[in-house]
Design a protein around this ligand. Structure first.
Ligand SMILES: C[S@@+](CC[C@H](N)C(=O)[O-])C[C@H]1O[C@@H](n2cnc3c(N)ncnc32)[C@H](O)[C@@H]1O
Length: 129
């Protein structure tokens, strides 16, 4: 499942003019919809990265648990265990936006539940380190 494109539109005030990284970008369809100064994705599967690169978007084969690449704003819709680990790695002054359906968001770590916004059936949580 990919994050709906209307979520990309909703987070535009945060992503516009920034370096944006989709952590676990799958086929890049959400990433493609995001407006940013520079954008790229990482995914743990090389097959996914190849699909994203074919769309003209940079993508690196990397596991979020091994570290975060340099960016201003990260988007995270990996499994909640990976989400927790990625949050621990978030550098000071950076933003991580978690996105999931309202149902799935219940499994996510308590720390991310401070700023939550409902966007139709979707929910995002914004964390500033
Ligand atoms: C649900 S899809 C989300 C796709 C996209 N970010 C979006 O929001 O539409 C989750 C993606 O995260 C990738 N993924 C899961 N765990 C990961 C990890 N530990 N490191 C990197 N990628 C991961 C999966 O391969 C999958 O493509």
């Amino acid at each position: 499942m990919n994050t709906p494109k209307y979520v990309a539109k909703a987070i535009e005030p945060i992503t516009k003019g920034k370096v944006f990284c989709d952590l676990g970008c799958n086929d890049g369809s959400f990433l493609k919809a995001v407006k940013a100064k520079k954008k790229f994705g990482i995914d743990k599967y090389e097959e996914n990265c190849e699909i994203v690169r074919k769309k003209g978007i940079d993508c690196y084969c990397q596991d979020v648990k091994d570290g975060l690449p340099e960016a201003d704003v990260y988007y995270n819709f990996t499994h909640h265990y990976e989400a927790k680990k990625a949050l621990e790695l978030l550098p000071k002054g950076k933003i991580m936006i978690f996105g999931a359906t309202k149902e799935k968001m219940k499994d996510y770590p308590e720390e991310i539940k401070k700023i939550r916004i409902n966007i139709d059936k979707w929910q995002i949580a914004i964390v500033c380190s």
